[in-house]
Structure formats: structure tokens, C-alpha cells
Design a protein around this ligand. Structure first.
Ligand SMILES: N[C@@H](CCC(=O)N[C@@H](CS)C(=O)NCC(=O)O)C(=O)O
Length: 232
């Protein structure tokens, strides 16, 4: 059985999708990051980075419990555990891994900064605003170009590279992006949204209540590492 430490964010959605695609049984354990539950000693033992997602697989390597943090590492772990959604043929496998890395090293952090500076930071953001908007647009352009030549992010097959990119690429309301500008990205998003496992995953996410809009100012300061929580 897999204990899955979760909430609603795109990085967590990737893991819901993979678990549902692989039909792996799991216990969902929500961590209310908007109210500081990621900072408890119990959760910090599971993930010293104090972020979701994280999983604890009771049937890990050698049949022993094993903990995995970081959405990209969790996707690779589950793909190798099940032999699914990561091709065996070397070129296809490395194509999958490198496009997964493009997502975790660029899309996740930069889209996250864009959301922060456009939605949560004091306005107007004359420096951070245009900087992260530009980076987001350049990343959409990269995926658009890639998907003009290939049906899926890593090539011919639906892989963990798609599952990683999809929750961010479809997050158009939060990002304030018009997908009409990126027709091949739009096509991929629609294709993945139509999958039964993805529908099940998104339905699970929809059952989780986020405290984003109700968290206290102090909890938000801690979440955003600002005010009295800033470290000089
Ligand atoms: N690189 C990590 C990022 C995870 C992440 O940013 N998680 C957010 C979800 S909202 C979180 O737990 N934030 C809590 C915090 O930063 O205190 C991954 O891809 O798993």
C-alpha cells in the first residue's frame, strides 16, 4: 500500500494521475500546507523539504517501506515499480527522462513564481511580473514547438513526461494563459483530460478542500517565507 501525502496543487496532481493510471492502491493523506501542516515534526520526518507530494511505499525495494519525495522522483519510482509509462528502449527512455526534467526544473518552479508574482505578491510587480510572464510564454512556446513534431511530450508514447507537464499546462486560469495561442498544447491537454484515469485523478483532487483562501495572514507569511519568517 502507498501512503500519498497530498493536497491540490499541480505537482501533487501529477502523482494522483500516475497512481490512477497504474491502478495502484493508495491512502491519501492530506497535508494542509496553507496552514503549516508541512512543518510538523511528523511530516518533516517524511519529507525534510517540507513539501507535498511525498509517498511512503510499504512494499518498497527489497519488500521494505520506502519514502520518495519530489514529484519527478516519485513519477520515476512508480514507473519503474510498475514498468509503465517509461519506455524500455534507451532513446525513448532518455527522451522521457529529459522531458520530465524540463518540467521539474523549469515549468514547476517558473510557473510557480509567475503565479506568486501575479497573484500573491504586493502589486504592481514591475520587475517580477514581466519577467515570469515572459518565462511562462517561452516555456509554452517550447512545448508548442515540441508537440508540433510529436504527439506526446517525449515522442510517440504517453509517458510520465506528459503526466508531469499536463497539470501545469492546463492551469490556464491561475496562469492567465489563452490556450488558443498554443493549439498543439491545447490538443495535448484535451487528449489527456479525456483519459479515464485522469478523470478519476481530477475527481479525487476536487474532493480536497484547500485553505488557500481562508488561511490567516500569519500562515500565508510562513508559506511564502516572508515577514517575520524571512531568513536574512
Ligand atoms: N519540487 C517539488 C515542489 C513541491 C511543491 O512546491 N509543493 C508545494 C505545494 S503547494 C508545497 O508543498 N509547498 C509548501 C511549502 O513550500 O511550504 C515537487 O515537484 O514535488
Amino acid at each position: 500500500m502507498i501512503d500519498f501525502y497530498a493536497l491540490t496543487s499541480p505537482n501533487v496532481q501529477k502523482i494522483f494521475i500516475m497512481l490512477e493510471e497504474c491502478e495502484l492502491p493508495y491512502n491519501m493523506k492530506t497535508v494542509d500546507v496553507w496552514n503549516g501542516e508541512q512543518f510538523t515534526p511528523e511530516f518533516t520526518k517524511i519529507n525534510p523539504l517540507q513539501k507535498v507530494p511525498a509517498i511512503v511505499d510499504s512494499d518498497g525495494p527489497g519488500g521494505k517501506p520506502y519514502t520518495v519525495i519530489e514529484s519527478g522522483a516519485i513519477l520515476i519510482y512508480l514507473a519503474e515499480k510498475t514498468g509503465k509509462f517509461i519506455p524500455h528502449e534507451p532513446v525513448k527512455r532518455y527522451d522521457t527522462i529529459q522531458w520530465l526534467m524540463v518540467q521539474v526544473a523549469n515549468v514547476g518552479p517558473m510557473f510557480g513564481q509567475h503565479v506568486h508574482f501575479s497573484r500573491f505578491a504586493p502589486q504592481p510587480q514591475e520587475y517580477g511580473g514581466p519577467r515570469y510572464r515572459t518565462i511562462v510564454n517561452k516555456l509554452y512556446a517550447l512545448y508548442e514547438q515540441r508537440l508540433t513534431a510529436h504527439p506526446y511530450v517525449a515522442g510517440d508514447d504517453y509517458t510520465i513526461a506528459d503526466m508531469a507537464a499536463f497539470p501545469w499546462l492546463r492551469n490556464i486560469q491561475l496562469l492567465n494563459v489563452d490556450l488558443a495561442k498554443w493549439p498543439h498544447v491545447k490538443k495535448l491537454v484535451e487528449k489527456i483530460e479525456a483519459r479515464d484515469a485522469v478523470k478519476r485523478a481530477l475527481a479525487k483532487v476536487a474532493t480536497i478542500k484547500s485553505s488557500r483562501d481562508t488561511a490567516s495572514n500569519d500562515a500565508k507569511d510562513r508559506f511564502f517565507a516572508r515577514g517575520k519568517y524571512a531568513i536574512a
